[in-house]
Design a protein around this ligand. Sequence first.
Ligand SMILES: Cc1cc2nc3c(=O)[nH]c(=O)nc-3n(C[C@H](O)[C@H](O)[C@H](O)COP(=O)(O)OP(=O)(O)OC[C@H]3O[C@@H](n4cnc5c(N)ncnc54)[C@H](O)[C@@H]3O)c2cc1C
Ligand SMILES: O=C(O)[C@@H]1CCCCN1
Length: 388
Amino acid sequence: MTAPSQPQKSTYDVIVIGAGIQGSFTAYHLAQRHQDTLLLEQFLVPHSRGSSHGQSRIIRSAYPQEFYSRMMPECFRLWQQLEAETGTTLYRQTGLVLLGPPGEPELEACRRNLGVEEVLDAAALSRRFPGFQMQAGQVAVLDSTAGVLFADRALRAVQEVFRRHGGTLRDGEKVLSIQPGATVTVTTTAGVYKAPRLIITAGAWTGAFVEQLGLRLPLQPLRINVCYWREKQPGSAGLGSVSPCFLTLGLSQAPHGIYGLPSIEYPGMMKVCYHHGSPTDPDKRDQAPSSDIALLSSFISSYLPGLESQPAVMETCLYTNTPDEDFILDRHPKFSNIVIGAGFSGHGFKLAPVVGKLLCELSLGEEPSYNMAHFAISRFPGVLGAAQ
Ligand SMILES: Cc1cc2nc3c(=O)[nH]c(=O)nc-3n(C[C@H](O)[C@H](O)[C@H](O)COP(=O)(O)OP(=O)(O)OC[C@H]3O[C@@H](n4cnc5c(N)ncnc54)[C@H](O)[C@@H]3O)c2cc1C
Ligand SMILES: O=C(O)[C@@H]1CCCCN1
């Protein structure tokens, strides 16, 4: 049955472009603060074409950079609040093992920021994580606060609360152009909208998208192979659904780090991936060469010998990397009512509750709750090079 047609509303307090976890959390904070908010998404939701899909993401307090570690207590609190608001479980505490050579600078910095004294040797680690074989000359540090966020479920929950607070999510509606000004005009495949404030959280599409606003941001989309590895003998590898996550730091054979999560998506399979991928165009991702399976296979054979040495299932996901792998959270240098959140460099999911809060504060012209120097566009020279 077709509902009687109503004239489509076209004016809002704020428009947010991109309904991944960052745009959705930004819209959530705006709606909770009584801003009439329109969240626009090019694909029908839910979808698996950006960076926020799939069932699992690591959440951890351990960061080498203190400015991320400082945000984590508030992130944990806000994730818990979202669980309470929606009556869903979004987090499973498993702990995270950080692994590397003794004295490795990032490992040491994580240990300092965690306030953990103890490093685990091979014997201590195998009691905690029986399926994992640390190699000679390595140590491990345990972040016991860490665990897994149920990603798809989390995205749905944020969008549900956004709508409950009166927010509008229009999906299947791609933004084609932006006309800056005191009132910003946004033209999509289905309509024209106006608002005094705009926030762009377009994931891997952001770099190309903001060129129309005279900005050339150093954002590199990467195609990531998400690999699932099957146990050789069911139940034998000590890799149940509550075994810890892990992340390597400073291993010469895997300079960007290898990470793993317990069996969640596929029973009897562990997710183990390389924290890097092939440069790609998000609309042509399957043309990018598939890399790093050999590197992962060799790692699995040594460190996780209970797993088969070829992935049983492979999916894809996108990173959007900045040169320093820190986020971009800032106002457009020329149009201060346009805010950009991008470059989450493969580690933004856990931080989305605070990222959303910061983008909301920037957009409303408030003093941000955290020091924003690390996220400023001005750290990259020459970004105002394009048109305009
Ligand atoms: C394999 C993998 C593993 C990861 N592991 C972790 C982890 O363990 N822990 C962690 O914290 N983080 C992790 N991350 C990173 C995290 O998932 C991302 O940082 C986060 O999902 C980025 O969200 P986003 O909203 O910026 O991007 P997206 O989810 O891609 O959202 C952007 C949205 O904008 C939409 N869009 C783009 N252009 C337009 C347009 N013109 N009009 C309308 N809509 C548009 C897109 O369709 C998309 O839905 C991982 C990422 C990947 C890929
Ligand atoms: O953000 C994280 O915690 C993980 C670390 C490993 C790579 C993927 N992202």
